[in-house]
Design a protein around this ligand. Structure first.
Ligand code: SF4
Ligand code: SF4
Ligand code: SF4
Length: 309
């Protein structure tokens, strides 16, 4: 198992560093609905002098709290509004989350649902490095959904965007992928890492649950070849009362997850008064993945041009 994880990690690194954002030219306007939970996280921006430092609790303590909150939400039967919060100041670029995502959600070469963007400048005085994990942002009014016939892409009551894997294939899959301003859709090419080694291994072709259905990457009827796929916030885990794999695996303690409808949740607590960033929000996209845009105390502020040049 350790060996397969190493292979997966190496291949995940190999998958290339596509640009994070794409041009918005193809975006149209659309009605934004179901925003209540996400809107609750909008708060007055903190002044620079008031920027809180990163949380000091151990990541284990925070994961335990998030897990308990999740279990309580599942027990209560309430409809949550799931959000993912990323404190990039704590991300160390280890890619453990990328590997965990691969292990939890079988994908082929170059098709990971999650990656970590890395930018460095230096060496010398003023050298810096930043790391930014990215996955599907579960947009409130998803541009991918506007690009294909109604019913192929939908939003669950908890905000997670799901795909109809039996219909979102071929030209529809590519249209959805082109429309995503964040480049987060992978069209599954049906390849495996172990093909020709000499044989594909069962762990690559195993059954798994995605979008509420049991699936396999085996080629043939019901397979995922030529199908648009993406991060689902690990909805199959959430529905079973378990946090997403990337959150529980994060070595830097950079990942937070919870219910924005719950006033006592960690995600509500840590976003109050923070400078938060949601890509392309002005286009009515309103993602459910939120980034702190504050620098580390005493560190040089690095603006958007660090990645977008
Ligand atoms: S990030 Fe892309 S794939 Fe995810 S919901 Fe938004 S438009 Fe769709
Ligand atoms: S939430 Fe699950 S599917 Fe999405 S990036 Fe994290 S591990 Fe991957
Ligand atoms: S596991 Fe955490 S610290 Fe490591 S790259 Fe992923 S988000 Fe960053």
């Amino acid at each position: 198992m350790a060996e397969s994880v190493e292979v997966t990690k190496a291949l995940a690194k190999e998958s290339g560093r596509r640009r994070f954002f794409r041009a918005l030219a193809s975006l149209g306007s659309g009605a934004v609905t179901g925003l209540a939970g996400v809107k609750l996280l909008e708060s007055k921006r903190a002044e620079a002098a008031e920027i809180p430092p990163p949380l000091t609790e151990s990541s284990g303590t925070l994961i335990l709290r998030m897990q308990q909150e999740l279990e309580e939400t599942v027990r209560s039967g309430r409809t949550p509004s799931w959000v993912m919060v990323v404190d990039t100041r704590r991300c160390v670029g280890c890619d453990a989350c990328t590997v965990a995502c691969r292990a939890e959600n079988p994908t082929g070469p170059g098709a990971n649902f999650r990656r970590v963007i890395q930018r460095e400048h230096g060496p010398g005085q003023g050298a810096w490095a930043i790391f930014k994990p990215v996955n599907c942002l579960q947009c409130e009014d998803p541009p991918c959904g506007r690009a294909v016939p109604r019913g192929m892409i939908w939003k669950r009551p908890d905000g997670i965007i799901e795909f109809d894997y039996d219909r979102l294939k071929g030209p529809y899959a590519r249209a959805a992928a082109r429309a995503c301003p964040f480049g987060q859709i992978r069209v599954d090419e049906g390849k495996t890492f172990t093909e020709g080694t000499p044989a594909e291994q069962p762990y690559e072709l195993r059954s798994f649950v995605e979008n509420g259905q049991v699936r396999t990457r085996k080629r043939g009827a019901g397979g995922l070849n030529d199908t648009a796929r993406k991060c689902t916030f690990c909805s199959h885990l959430l529905d079973a009362g378990v946090l997403p794999a990337c959150v529980t695996t994060c070595l830097g303690g950079a990942m937070y997850f919870g219910d924005a409808n719950n006033p006592g949740s960690l995600v509500r607590e840590i976003t109050q008064g923070r400078r938060i960033f949601r890509g392309h929000q002005y286009a009515g996209v309103t993602p459910r993945v939120i980034y702190f845009e504050e620098p580390m105390p005493d560190a040089a502020h690095i603006d958007c041009t660090a990645c977008h040049y």
